[in-house]
Design a binder for this molecule. Structure first.
Ligand SMILES: CC(C)(COP(=O)(O)OP(=O)(O)OC[C@H]1O[C@@H](n2cnc3c(N)ncnc32)[C@H](O)[C@@H]1OP(=O)(O)O)[C@@H](O)C(=O)NCCC(=O)NCCS
Length: 188
């Protein structure tokens, strides 16, 4: 069975919108050159001596080597969870998904060495008749975890969802990934 759980966060700005208005809002957000542009003040994150800078990318602009790193990181981080459920780890499908023309990336780099240590992949879409910012991937290198960076990146996406008048922020996580379930429950 496909064991994915959606964790949804209702936005307080939610108002009744028509189907057409919803579609227009999604198109506007999707067509923005950089939908995170207004959130630049959140693009530095510091905890003690851990300092990162964030950058927003469109699939069309993200460097190929960064994309390759992102795919490999997903494989290292969640590949084993896919392999132990009925989905199995399908690298070609994952690679194709992460190369979709609509994909948006939020990448965190170490401030001193400019090495990527974390990313989220997302898009604006319709999900169960609601406009959503859909976060497909949230992946951190092991040495970047438990420093609040994952929470901070989710906060950026939540703020972006509200900024673009999306009705929900949607995330997917495999139920057999307990630490990610704990994380999403904590921030949910
Ligand atoms: C899940 C993940 C995104 C969390 O990011 P993070 O930056 O490490 O999380 P934070 O430091 O913001 O943690 C916030 C809270 O979530 C909970 N949490 C995070 N990681 C946890 C873990 N491994 N076990 C239990 N609780 C955890 C804790 O309550 C934590 O607060 P605390 O550190 O004060 O106790 C990150 O660990 C990761 O990339 N994991 C591998 C990939 C993955 O599973 N991605 C999710 C599915 S796509």
């Amino acid at each position: 069975m496909y064991s994915v759980k959606n964790l949804e966060k209702e936005q307080s700005i939610m108002v009744q919108v028509t189907v057409k208005e919803r579609q227009q809002l999604i198109e506007k957000a999707s067509n923005a050159k950089d939908p995170l542009e207004s959130l630049q003040e959140m693009f530095v994150y510091t905890k003690d001596d851990f300092r990162v800078r964030l950058k927003s990318w469109r699939k069309a602009d993200i460097p190929q080597k960064t994309l390759k790193w992102a795919i490999k990181l997903a494989e290292r981080n969640v590949g084993p969870f896919y392999s132990t459920c009925s989905l199995g780890w399908q690298p070609k499908i994952k690679q194709a998904d992460m190369n979709k023309h609509w994909a948006r990336y939020l990448v965190a780099y170490t401030e001193d060495t400019n090495i990527p240590v974390a990313y989220c992949m997302f898009r604006f879409d319709v999900d169960y008749e609601r406009s959503v910012l859909y976060c497909y991937e949230a992946q951190l290198e092991e040495n970047a975890r438990r420093k609040g960076l994952g929470s901070h990146m989710m906060k950026i996406l939540e703020t972006a969802a509200a900024h673009w008048h999306m009705e929900k922020l949607v995330l997917t996580v495999l139920k057999n990934n307990p630490s990610a379930m704990d994380f999403f429950r904590k921030i949910g």
